[in-house]
Design a protein around this ligand. Structure first.
Ligand SMILES: CC(C)(COP(=O)(O)OP(=O)(O)OC[C@H]1O[C@@H](n2cnc3c(N)ncnc32)[C@H](O)[C@@H]1OP(=O)(O)O)[C@@H](O)C(=O)NCCC(=O)NCCS
Length: 296
């Protein structure tokens, strides 16, 4: 067991292609590169057998996504090559992943899987995951009837100096100061719009709402490009004025331009306002389920 290195890329991509029946080299290249750039946000393990890579497990730190405050790690991709399967390598990777997550201060590991992926579900079950209480919703862009309208508020792409306005609204909603998280997220979107988008609505010269989404080209075994909305909020003083809908409509326009076909989000069980909002916009329960493992 050792940390994954950039020179493992070919072997990881080959194992993934063997298991999934399609090539996703670019996805793994991006993940390995971002781990080089920001090692503190990634946990990437390799398992060798007979001197060659036989398995891998990739995770990323979750910060304030979906309004969360607890430090958590997201398990995003793993695989053991077919000829090495059935000998405990997956379980060993999973144990090592947990120990490393604990050492890094994470209190839980989260992941998702489509309910039809039976082998994967069995693996997560054995590894001690349980169903998380959050709801995964998604929406196919092709089936959406959201459109932008002339009387929508002004929607703009967030820049670094907008963070104060966003943090002010966010504080009203969450009761927490999340400037650090919001600032990093805005910066990530500015640095690479192929990976992240962050939008805001302006009313009377001030930020009245924001929406942030991460573009995803392969996490959890996905093959179609998808976007995941991980942060959304509208100033409570301006709720129910169509600001949330306008933000979502503009996001959909931008995503269509990028060829993204599906948008997902995660809603906490008690966030009934968000649930109502997303369902009104055409979101429905996803075929994907959300799993969680608490680290004692
Ligand atoms: C959910 C939220 C984004 C909605 O924003 P909004 O600007 O008030 O929503 P809109 O006015 O655009 O409403 C769009 C649709 O959703 C519906 N909707 C919105 N909030 C709703 C609620 N609480 N209950 C029922 N329906 C609701 C509206 O009725 C409207 O439906 P319609 O198109 O059929 O008329 C906003 O209330 C919010 O920010 N909530 C807190 C989220 C949060 O905690 N974020 C921080 C952590 S990430």
């Amino acid at each position: 067991m050792r940390p994954l290195a950039p020179q493992d890329l070919d072997a990881v991509a080959a194992i993934d292609a063997e298991l999934g029946g399609r090539a996703r080299r670019a996805y793994f290249e991006r993940r390995l590169c971002s781990a080089q750039r920001a090692p503190e946000q990634h946990l990437q393990l390799a398992a060798d057998r007979d001197g060659a890579l036989a398995g891998y497990m990739l995770g990323r730190a979750l910060e304030g996504e979906f309004g969360r405050s607890e430090p958590a790690l997201r398990l995003e991709a793993f695989g053991v090559k077919r000829e090495a399967q059935g000998r405990g390598l997956g379980a060993a990777l999973s144990r090592e992943f947990e120990s490393a997550a604990r050492r890094a201060g994470a209190s839980e590991i989260r992941t998702t899987a489509v309910w039809r992926e039976h082998a994967l579900l069995r693996f997560l079950d054995h590894a001690g995951y349980r169903l998380a209480d959050s709801h995964l919703l998604d929406c196919a862009l092709a089936g959406s009837n959201l459109t932008t309208a002339d009387d929508d508020p002004e929607i703009f792409v967030l820049e670094g100096h907008d963070v104060e306005g966003v943090a002010r609204v966010d504080r009203r909603l969450t009761g927490r100061d999340r400037r650090g998280y919001l600032c990093r997220t805005i910066r990530e979107a500015l640095a690479d719009s192929a990976v992240r988008m962050s939008l805001a609505a302006r009313v009377d010269g001030g930020v009245a709402g924001y929406l942030m989404a991460r573009l995803d080209y392969g996490d959890f075994g996905r093959v179609e490009p998808a976007a995941v909305i991980d942060t959304v909020g509208v100033d409570p003083l301006r709720a129910r004025q169509g600001i949330g809908r306008a933000l979502l409509s503009q996001l959909f326009v931008n995503l269509r331009g990028l060829g993204v076909e599906r948008v997902e989000t995660v809603v906490a069980p008690d966030a009934l306002d968000l649930m109502a909002f997303f369902v009104r916009a055409g979101f429905r329960p996803s075929e994907r389920l959300s799993f969680l493992k608490r680290l004692a």
